[in-house]
Design a protein around this ligand. Structure first.
Ligand code: ADP
Ligand code: MG
Length: 140
């Protein structure tokens, strides 16, 4: 399998509860490497732009408000099959459905406040990484 890069976000519910280190440890234990990272506080407009694909969903307002409520940590994870591996370590969107040991099973508070974001495909990974990072900030 090819080495890939994917965009990961540690969401406000997790930064607020000081879970950043525990979540990054899960990625590292799974063989993913953090090759870029920064802590930022999104505006609602920036959160809305990032989640534009969901703009017609009923939870869009709640989602953008939540993502702008506290700081987030945005990071690029690199590794063999990183896109799928990250999704596996994250667990299902709804923590009630997430497999034991996954980040969302252990830490998420609800389907909305679910601790992490991860890109879902190579094209979205590329776009989402470029949304937050310049090439100079990716340090493998
Ligand atoms: P994922 O983050 O697993 O890729 P989606 O892309 O479907 O999930 O949704 C993006 C984010 O929108 C979710 O991670 C979650 O924060 C929020 N969300 C999804 N479904 C709901 C819902 N039914 N109610 C509230 N928020 C939701
Ligand atoms: Mg998604």
């Amino acid at each position: 399998m090819a080495v890939e890069r994917t965009l990961s976000i540690i969401k406000p519910d997790a930064t607020k509860r000081n879970l950043t280190g525990k979540i990054i440890a899960k990625f590292e234990e799974a063989g993913l490497r953090v090759v870029a990272s920064k802590r930022i506080h999104l505006t609602p407009a920036q959160a809305g732009k990032f989640y534009e694909v969901h703009k017609d969903r009923p939870f869009f307002g709640e989602l953008t408000e939540f993502m702008a409520s506290e700081p987030v940590v945005v990071q690029v994870l690199e590794g063999e099959g990183a896109i799928a591996k990250n999704r596996e370590v994250m667990g299902a969107t709804n923590p009630a459905d997430a497999a034991p040991g996954t980040i969302r099973a252990e830490f998420a508070e609800s389907v909305g406040e679910n601790s992490v974001h991860g890109s879902d495909a190579p094209e979205t990974a590329k776009e989402e990484i470029a949304f937050f990072f310049s090439g100079l900030e990716l340090v493998g």
